[in-house]
Design a protein around this ligand. Structure first.
Ligand SMILES: NC(=O)c1ccc[n+]([C@@H]2O[C@H](COP(=O)([O-])OP(=O)(O)OC[C@H]3O[C@@H](n4cnc5c(N)ncnc54)[C@H](OP(=O)(O)O)[C@@H]3O)[C@@H](O)[C@H]2O)c1
Length: 325
């Protein structure tokens, strides 16, 4: 009911504010929600805007569009391919050396696949939405904490999540200790629970955000980390969907891309009170099952430990970037 109420009756507020002096980075910003969120920051005077995209050509088209509609002066297009861990690491290195500050980082790039595909040893939704996203988050922490100290400010790292997190029972959490990630990419398990694959990737994003904040509360951590749900929106996310069903559901229920992007904007523009929080309709909302209760907490701790081990296997020691004060 909450979902239908939001889609029919709630319009997220039109973004306001002054982002002069701020550097904003948004991944997956060549199209969809990321591009419209970037346009809001450009309109509101962000000093520097980085569109982090896997296709420079598509990124340049978005840049032209954003600059011509907002008169923005410093929109840059940087390469970031979330299916390539080396690209994630190279992006972070470049940000470290070329940006003097990062005030807002929105990890928005994501996929919803209609078919099982493996990349880097993981099913693709899990690889892009979870492993690469958390690898990227860990890699951005040093620059963002340096920004906090140097400019006496509190940067925000916001993940674009989804209310579909509640559309999975997280069946893979019954896997033996250390085996959840394996179960999430196991072909038979994926086949059995395929309709839960995208939701489970969004659930794990939420669990990681909560776990990091549980371990590093806002009072001890210089960067706000939150997760924002845009609701069902028109975008290219369902590009692989076939048939009329999804099209009709969107026709009746979906927010426009611009309206949905207001929530993505809001996540990035929010402060310490949102650390570790799930944002719905631009407000903090307590998540429901399968996040809550003892089982939710146990699942959160187990999958978080596995994901942090996975990113350390890609880049030894990178999870220690969350130990900053
Ligand atoms: N639309 C909705 O109803 C909805 C609802 C809840 C949550 N979300 C979330 O919102 C976020 C944005 O999605 P959207 O709806 O705006 O969909 P979209 O139009 O498909 O945009 C997704 C963006 O992610 C990028 N991306 C995908 N794989 C990538 C990779 N390997 N490396 C780098 N970039 C990659 C895409 O780049 P390319 O154009 O090059 O593929 C695109 O820029 C996603 O995280 C999605 O899960 C969307």
């Amino acid at each position: 009911m909450g979902f239908l109420y939001s889609q029919f009756f709630i319009t997220p507020p039109y973004p306001k504010g002054n982002f002069s002096g701020k550097t904003v980075v948004i991944t997956g910003s060549n199209v969809g929600l990321g591009k419209e969120a970037a346009r809001h920051y450009a309109r509101l005077g962000a000093s520097r805007l980085v569109l982090a995209v896997r296709s420079i050509e598509k990124g340049n088209e978005a840049k032209q569009d954003i600059m011509s509609t907002t008169n923005h002066k410093d929109t840059q297009v940087w390469k970031l391919d979330m299916s390539d861990y080396n690209s994630v690491k190279a992006f972070a290195k470049r940000a470290e050396s070329e940006l003097d500050r990062i005030d807002i980082f929105i990890a928005n790039a994501g996929v919803a696949r209609s078919e099982y595909q493996v990349q880097n040893g993981h099913e693709q939704c899990i690889d892009v939405n979870v492993i690469s996203t958390i690898l990227l988050m860990a890699n951005m922490m040093p620059k963002m904490s340096e920004t906090a100290a140097r400019f006496n400010t509190r940067p925000t790292f916001s993940v674009t999540g989804s209310s579909t997190y509640a559309h999975t029972t997280f069946p893979q959490r019954s896997a033996p200790d250390g085996g959840i990630l394996t179960a999430l990419s196991d072909p038979d398990t994926c086949k059995r629970y395929w309709d839960q694959q995208y939701p489970v990737s969004k659930l794990i994003q939420l669990l990681l955000v909560r776990q990091i904040a549980d371990q590093h509360p806002a009072s001890e951590f210089p960067v706000t980390i939150n997760i924002a749900n845009p609701g069902l929106c028109w975008s290219e996310l369902g590009r692989e969907a076939t048939g009329w069903g999804f099209y009709l559901v969107r026709l009746v229920l979906a927010r426009s891309t611009e309206v949905g992007s207001r929530t993505v904007f809001h996540g990035g523009a929010s402060g310490a009170e949102t650390h570790g929080k799930y944002l719905n309709d631009c407000k903090i909302e307590e998540p429901t099952a399968p996040v809550t209760g003892a089982a939710g907490k146990e699942g959160q701790e187990r999958i978080s430990a596995e994901v942090l081990r996975a990113i350390d296997a890609i880049q030894p020691g990178v999870s220690k970037n969350f130990l900053i004060k």
